[in-house]
Design a protein around this ligand. Structure first.
Ligand code: SUG
Length: 443
C-alpha cells in the first residue's frame, strides 16, 4: 500500500533544506497550500481509482508552538508566534514547515515476511539533519501507532537516538525487493556516510542517512543479515543535489531503475543485488549521456513511484516535469518500448511540492502488507471515493490559497491550522495525536 502525506495548511517556501536544490532555489516564493493539498489528493485519488490500495497520513500541527517555547519564546500561544516572528523569523519558518507531507521520510518499513517476529516493523525517522524536519518524529510516531495499532501484527518502534551518528531519513533511502509480500525479500539500505568514522563524504552538502542508522534499523526489525544489502550514495552525487537516494533511484518487486551515478561502485552493487535478490532481479540504468545528472535532478524522473500491476509489469508514476523535458521524456518513452518491464507511465502535476524538492515518491510511504494485515489497519485512513470527496471539501474550506513568509507571523494561521486538524482527526476517526489535543504534557 501507499500512504501519502497530506500537505498541511502552512505549506510554504522557506529554503530550509540544505542541498535540496529546488527548495533552495524557490525560497521565499509565494506558496499555495490549497493547491498543494489538492494536487496531492488528485494523485492519491487517481491511483485509488485504479484499484491501488491507498492510505492517507495527516499533516502535523504547525507552527509548532512547543518547539518555539523550547527555544525561549514565551507568553500565550499567539505571543510566542509573534515574538518568534519578530526576533527570529527563520526559527518561526522552521517551526511552521509542512514538510511532514513527504511521507517517504516518515519511517522505514519492513514487511512481516522479512522480520524475525513475523510482524510489520516501522522505525519512524529521526530526521536529525534539519531542525524543521526533526520536529516531525514525535507526532509521526503517534500517528503511526494510531493507524497501525494492532500490536499482534505491527510494531512501531521509537525513532533512533537523535544524534548525528544515527541520522535517519526513513524510506527515502530504503528499497525492498522480492517476488511476493508474504515471502522473505531483500532490503537495500542506502546511506550517505558512516556516522563518525572517516570515509568518502560529500564536501558541500550534508549526507543525511548514516550507515549506523541503517544497521540499527536492520537489527531492530529482525532482518536476516543474509538478505540485507548496504550501499553508499556517491558523495559527488549528493553534492550535485541528490539529498536522498530516492532522487536518483527507485525499486520495486524485482526491478531497480537508477541513474548510472547513483551508488559508489555501482557495478559491484548490481552484482550483489542480483545474487541476493535472485533471478527475478533486473536493473535499468540510465546513462549520463541519455540524461545528465543535473537534468535527472531537475525533472525528478527517478522520484517516480514504481507500482507492480497484476500482470507483473509496472506502472511508473512520474512528475509532469519529465514530459516537459526532451531528454527525460525520451527516457520515459524508451522505458516503455516493446516488452520493457514498465508497461505504462502516468504523470501528475505536483508543482507545489516539487518546488520544495518533493516528487511523487517523496509524497508516499510504502507499507507492504498482506491482505490480513491490511484488514488490521485503522480503516478510516484508507482512501475510497467518499473519503476523497470529504478530504477535498475539507481542503477547500480550510486552506489558504496564498502563503508567504510574512503570513507565518499571523496568529490566525495557528488557529486555522488547529481547527482544520481537529476536524481532520474526526474525519479520519483518529484518536488525539496532536499536542494541542493532548495538552502540554505531550509536547
Ligand atoms: O527534506 N524539503 C524536503 C523534501 C523531502 C523530499 N523527500 C524525499 N526525497 N523523499 C527535504 O529536503 C523544504 C522545506 C522548505 O524549504 O520550506 C524541505 O524540507
Amino acid at each position: 500500500m501507499n500512504f501519502d502525506g497530506i500537505p498541511g495548511p502552512t505549506h510554504n517556501y522557506s529554503g530550509l533544506a540544505q542541498g535540496n536544490l529546488a527548495a533552495e532555489r524557490n525560497a521565499q516564493q509565494i506558496a499555495n497550500p490549497r493547491e498543494a493539498a489538492l494536487q496531492g489528493l488528485a494523485k492519491m485519488r487517481a491511483l485509488a481509482a485504479r484499484g491501488i490500495a491507498q492510505g492517507v497520513l495527516p499533516p502535523q500541527e504547525r507552527p509548532d508552538v512547543a518547539a518555539l517555547r523550547a527555544l525561549g519564546f514565551h507568553g500565550r500561544d499567539a505571543d510566542v508566534v509573534a515574538r518568534a516572528g519578530r526576533q527570529a523569523p527563520e526559527l518561526l519558518a522552521a517551526c511552521s514547515s509542512a514538510a511532514a507531507m513527504w511521507a517517504a521520510n516518515a519511517a522505514t518499513v519492513s514487511p512481516s515476511a522479512d522480520c524475525a517476529d513475523g510482524r510489520v516493523h516501522f522505525t519512524p525517522a529521526n530526521l536529525v539533519t534539519h531542525f524543521h524536519r526533526a520536529l516531525e518524529a514525535p507526532t509521526t510516531t503517534r500517528v503511526l501507532r494510531a493507524i497501525f495499532a494492532d500490536t499482534a501484527r505491527f510494531c512501531v518502534h521509537d525513532p533512533l537516538p537523535a544524534a548525528p551518528q544515527f541520522g535517519d531519513e526513513g524510506a527515502a533511502n530504503h528499497t525492498r525487493f522480492g517476488e511476493a509480500i508474504d515471502r522473505p525479500g531483500t532490503e537495500l539500505f542506502v546511506y550517505g556516510r558512516r556516522g563518525l568514522s572517516a570515509g568518502p563524504m560529500p564536501a558541500r552538502y550534508p549526507a543525511r542517512q548514516t550507515r549506523e542508522a541503517s544497521e540499527a534499523i536492520a537489527r531492530r526489525h529482525g532482518l536476516d543479515p543474509a538478505r540485507v544489502v548496504f550501499a553508499q550514495q556517491r558523495p559527488d552525487t549528493i553534492d550535485a543535489g541528490v539529498f536522498h537516494n530516492d532522487v536518483i533511484a527507485v525499486g520495486e518487486g524485482g526491478l531497480l531503475l537508477c541513474h548510472e551515478r547513483a551508488f559508489v561502485d555501482q557495478p559491484a552493487l548490481l552484482r550483489t543485488l542480483s545474487r541476493v535478490v535472485g533471478p527475478a532481479f533486473r536493473s535499468i540504468v540510465v546513462r549520463e549521456s541519455e540524461l545528465p545528472l543535473a537534468d535527472a535532478i531537475a525533472t525528478y524522473l527517478f522520484n517516480s513511484q514504481l507500482i507492480e500491476r497484476s500482470d507483473g509489469r509496472f506502472l511508473l508514476v512520474a512528475p509532469a516535469e519529465c514530459r516537459a523535458h526532451r531528454a527525460a521524456s525520451e527516457v520515459l518513452d524508451r522505458l516503455t518500448t516493446g516488452d520493457a518491464p514498465i508497461a505504462e507511465i502516468l504523470t501528475f502535476d505536483l508543482r507545489q511540492s516539487m518546488r520544495n524538492g518533493g516528487g511523487p515518491a517523496c509524497l508516499r510511504l510504502r507499507v507492504p502488507v498482506t491482505s490480513v494485515e491490511r484488514a488490521a489497519i485503522r480503516p478510516n485512513v484508507l482512501l475510497d471515493e467518499d473519503l476523497a470527496a470529504a478530504l477535498e471539501n475539507w481542503i477547500r474550506r480550510n486552506y489558504r490559497d496564498r502563503l508567504e513568509s510574512a503570513d507565518l507571523r499571523d496568529p490566525a494561521l495557528l488557529d486555522e491550522s488547529r481547527r482544520a486538524l481537529d476536524e481532520l482527526t474526526r474525519l479520519l476517526r483518529l484518536p488525539a495525536v496532536y499536542p494541542f489535543q493532548l495538552g502540554p504534557a505531550a509536547a
